[in-house]
Design a protein around this ligand. Structure first.
Ligand SMILES: C[S@@+](CC[C@H](N)C(=O)[O-])C[C@H]1O[C@@H](n2cnc3c(N)ncnc32)[C@H](O)[C@@H]1O
Length: 203
């Protein structure tokens, strides 16, 4: 019986993933998920914060790591995506586990006063340094911050300087500098997906 339920959930998750890909909604890549799995599979986080829900795919994937009473807060500013994420989360039976905060993370983050074990940054690249500051304010000792797309198609590590992406590239470089120089963080930059920064707060 449990196997039938799991098969059904896997099929729903697969449909969510392929619908997002077909609609060009950027979702976490498979190798990035695999890399994150190595950090989370024995952690049982109590609270996860995600910045950038899109249609809920990554939040749904992360829910399997939660402790029995664990919860995910995830922030999204596009109303249509919030509605689709809510439907996807409901279809997966995860309404009690995943809480969507609708609005701009720049405005919502300063209003949060929770402590998180894991924070996943996956939204506007130009705001990564701000997201880092807020993440550090709310991260538990030994907690992890993941920042996706940190290498941004290779632009961040090259001398690429095109106008449209310039602000994003400058801010991603600043993010990398801050995590690398912060003596309280142990940081690795992984070449998976579009680049994943992993920073663990020393105890
Ligand atoms: C890369 S997608 C998130 C993908 C999702 N984490 C996944 O892997 O399934 C980034 C999302 O962040 C949202 N976003 C970008 N900047 C934001 C901000 N400042 N506040 C809230 N949401 C934001 C976008 O609307 C978009 O849906």
């Amino acid at each position: 019986m449990n196997e039938i339920i799991n098969d059904n959930k896997n099929e729903i998750l697969n449909n969510i993933k392929h619908k997002a890909l077909d609609n060009h909604i950027p979702i976490i890549m498979d190798d990035t998920l695999e890399a994150i799995d190595k950090y989370l599979n024995d952690r049982k986080p109590e609270k996860i914060l995600e910045i950038g829900t899109a249609v809920g795919y990554s939040a749904i994937c992360f829910s399997k790591y939660l402790s029995e009473t664990g919860k995910i807060d995830t922030i999204e500013r596009e109303h249509d995506r919030v509605e689709e994420a809510k439907n996807n989360i409901k279809d997966m039976g995860l309404e009690e586990k995943i809480n969507i905060l609708e609005g701009d993370a720049v405005e919502i983050l300063p209003t949060l006063n929770e402590i998180y074990d894991v924070i996943f940054i996956d939204a506007a690249k130009g705001k990564y340094p701000f997201f880092l500051k807020e993440a550090l304010r709310m991260l538990k000792p030994n907690g992890i911050i993941f920042a996706d797309n940190i290498l941004y198609k290779g632009y961040v590590m090259s001398d690429y300087n095109k106008h449209k992406q310039r602000t994003a590239v400058r801010n991603l470089r600043e993010y990398i500098k801050e995590i690398s120089e912060n003596p309280n963080l142990e940081t690795q930059i992984l070449e998976v997906g579009d680049g994943l920064a992993v920073s663990i707060l020393k105890q």
